[in-house]
Design a protein around this ligand. Structure first.
Ligand code: ZN
Length: 385
């Protein structure tokens, strides 16, 4: 087995400074910054609020709580590093929430990128922090220049978050950004789940859509199908559709009947859509990660283990956790990664946490060690004498 390090392909370090001021109403985010207030609210409000508002509140509390970690992004990254063995690496994914229609963050994207570049260059973190650049088409050509600037600083790939209000085949991406990724041999990761934050316009469409008032599904920009034109135009581009379709689609797949003759149902579920795309040679550079989704460990691990029996899938799944978005959901970070290592066994864990990430990041990885020759069975033994 090669001595590649563990790579967590999906962590976040952005802080309250990067969250827009109207992310939630009533300035609640500011109120939540004070720890005693946050604790009191989190204890009281869930008992009074319906589930949907509770989700918003808990997410906001997560932003607020992590932001109280000293030293901003560096403090957050030192925290996640503390849960892993020495030498582990972390793909750090920034967010550009300035264009989601909820006001401006205190710190703009270039400053967020600059801070990641500074942290990645710290002598004691050298080689462990792998920053990605992010892009929102509303920034226009200046946004493309910002991606270039990050790649010139040694960033290791591109992060996209289409629910912030753009399709993955937006012309600026197709004509400028993806060609740059291919030229620099750098991978892309894109949010692919029905959960998470979204543009204010999509929120309104979603309410109408959920109420049955029609329109296209607002979250469709995050769907695996939205990436098909990208992967068909750039077959060499290594694309990770994060979250393996998301916990909602895993739950539906595991709990709802699905007529095996109805291809449209397999397409509509983002988990089965990704599995089917992995079997299609047109999408040979498609990867996925298990971040967030795998925090529902008891529900989702058995299915993950079964999917990994397929060689195509086992070569394309990446270990990631979604720290700090997921930590509050079920399991502390170290507990999750050790459970996963224990339940998958050493070889399979090594594939998804070491080999596959290296191939996704660089396009190459050491060939897996050859299978040991099976011991001859008694019947195969040459006749004696
Ligand atoms: Zn994430």
């Amino acid at each position: 087995m090669s001595d590649l390090p563990i790579t967590n392909c999906h962590v976040h370090a952005f802080t309250m400074e990067h969250v827009p001021d109207r992310y939630i109403r009533f300035g609640l985010l500011n109120v939540l910054k004070a720890r005693p207030v946050r604790q009191a609210l989190l204890w009281t409000l869930p008992r009074l609020l319906p589930l949907r508002h509770r989700d918003v509140l808990e997410r906001a509390a997560r932003f607020a709580a992590i932001s109280s970690v000293d030293n901003g992004q560096e403090g957050i990254l030192r925290t996640v590093r503390g849960y892993y063995p020495r030498g582990a690496r972390f793909v750090v994914l920034p967010m550009d929430m300035a264009h989601m229609g909820k006001g401006r963050p205190a710190e703009d994207l270039p400053a967020q990128h600059d801070e990641l570049a500074r942290i990645a260059a710290l002598p004691d973190l050298a080689g462990t922090i792998l920053p990605f650049a992010t892009f929102h088409p509303d920034r226009g050509l200046a946004g493309v220049d910002e991606v270039k600037r990050c790649f010139d600083m040694g960033f290791r790939g591109l992060k996209l978050y289409p629910p912030l209000g753009f399709p993955p085949d937006h012309p600026l991406l197709m004509e400028q950004v993806y060609p740059l990724c291919v030229e620099r041999n750098l991978p892309v990761i894109s949010h692919c789940s029905r959960g998470g934050v979204s543009h204010v316009g999509l929120d309104r469409l979603e309410e109408a859509w959920r109420a049955g008032r029609g329109g296209a599904e607002p979250r469709r920009f995050a769907s695996p199908h939205a990436f098909k034109p990208v992967m068909e135009a750039f077959p060499d581009l290594r694309v990770c559709l994060a979250h393996f379709g998301g916990a909602i689609d895993w739950r539906d797949y595991l709990e709802q009947p699905m007529d095996p003759d109805r291809a449209d149902l397999r397409e509509a579920n983002w988990l089965t859509a990704i599995l089917d795309m992995m079997g299609d040679p047109k999408y040979a550079n498609l990867y996925t990660d298990i971040s967030y989704t795998i925090f529902y460990f008891d529900e989702n691990f058995p299915a993950l283990r079964v999917f990994l029996d397929d060689a195509q899938v086992a070569a394309r799944v990446l270990f990631g956790s979604d720290f700090y978005m997921a930590e509050m959901e079920r399991l502390p970070e170290r507990s999750l990664s050790i459970r996963l290592r224990h339940a998958l066994g050493r070889d399979l864990f090594h594939r998804i946490a070491c080999e596959n990430p290296e191939r996704w990041l660089t396009g190459t990885a050491p060939a897996p060690a050859p299978e040991p020759e099976p011991a001859p069975k008694v019947d195969d033994a040459p006749p004696i004498g």
